[in-house]
Design a binder for this molecule. Structure first.
Ligand code: FE
Length: 294
């Protein structure tokens, strides 16, 4: 690969590292790739996890994610193909379809399930975990289903289509904004040869994930199913150029710089808070939680 720096705008962040992720399974045997793994939580603060799943074989997804708890952070599920039904301990229910998202604030805790609503065909999507600041980890749990048609979209020229799930891109506000960490989550579709530039605040941690095709990120080639961690080099944008017809997620957020104590689906700041969480869970306080639909 030719890394031609003359094609890289001065303001575009360099790629610090490419990450393939780790093949694993979670829930009741759902095959997935954990792209943002535990060892990257500090580097990519405020993001705690990114799972990517793209399964054709129903055996690899049919079990879904039966009842399980969460506390202390937010989960963002973004579906590309397939349908997933969620239910929570407060009796709420919703269906996530292609192009739609669910933004769930686990806060003080809830129990939910995420189960496929199909017996065959492709199931593809992502789940991103976004941390909450210490002061907001125990807020009342809530969620919002965002159907595909409610996600703001715009044409960025040259055939580039951008879907803004969170944050802002070229003056278009996303479906979700969060003041604490100002997360950006956009899905960019580019025909071969097209270019797209996204501005990124210099202090925010940022990465891209290519899930179709092949692109150049600030001049570095990034193949399909690869995360590119963007350097914190003081530059304030990222430039993407599609080599093939491509689709790329761009994710960024302001780091919290707070201690992270994780025990499975619970993410707090201290070991004592994790002990308290396990205690609360055993006592059934999660089951009794009221979950607000927003
Ligand atoms: Fe979950």
């Amino acid at each position: 690969m030719k890394n031609d720096v003359t094609h890289t705008p001065a303001a575009s962040r360099a790629v610090e590292r490419l990450v393939t992720g780790m093949a694993t399974s979670d829930g009741a045997g759902v095959r997935l790739t954990r792209v943002l793994t535990h060892d990257l939580q500090r580097r990519l603060d405020p993001f705690l996890m990114l799972d990517a799943f793209r399964n054709e074989n129903p055996d690899d997804y049919i079990g879904g994610f039966p009842d399980h708890p969460h506390r202390g952070f937010e989960t963002v599920t973004y579906m590309i193909a397939g349908r997933m039904r969620h239910r929570d301990s407060a009796g709420n229910e919703g269906l996530l379809g292609p192009g739609g998202a669910q933004w769930m604030t686990a806060g003080s805790g809830l129990i939910h399930s995420e189960l496929p609503e199909q017996e065959e065909g492709l199931m593809e999507g992502f789940q991103l975990w976004l941390n909450l600041p210490a002061a907001r980890k125990m807020v009342a749990p809530s969620y919002r289903d965002i159907p595909s048609q409610a996600i703001p979209e715009f044409d960025a020229g040259g055939g580039v289509r951008v879907r803004v799930i969170a944050g802002e891109s070229h003056g278009v506000g996303g479906a979700v904004t969060r003041p604490d960490t100002e997360p950006l989550l956009i899905d960019v579709h580019l025909p071969a040869g097209a270019r797209f530039t996204q501005s990124l605040p210099a202090g925010h941690n940022a990465f891209t994930y290519t899930y179709r095709g092949r692109v150049r990120v600030s001049g570095t080639e990034v193949p399909d199913r690869r995360m590119a961690i963007l350097a914190n080099d003081g530059r304030e944008s990222v430039a993407i150029e599609a080599i093939d017809d491509s689709r790329v997620l761009i994710v960024a957020g302001r780091p919290l710089n707070e201690p992270i104590a994780q025990y499975g689906p619970f993410v707090m700041n201290t070991a004592e808070q994790i002990r308290q969480t396990l205690d609360d869970y055993r006592r059934g306080t999660f089951e009794a939680a009221t979950v607000q639909s927003l």
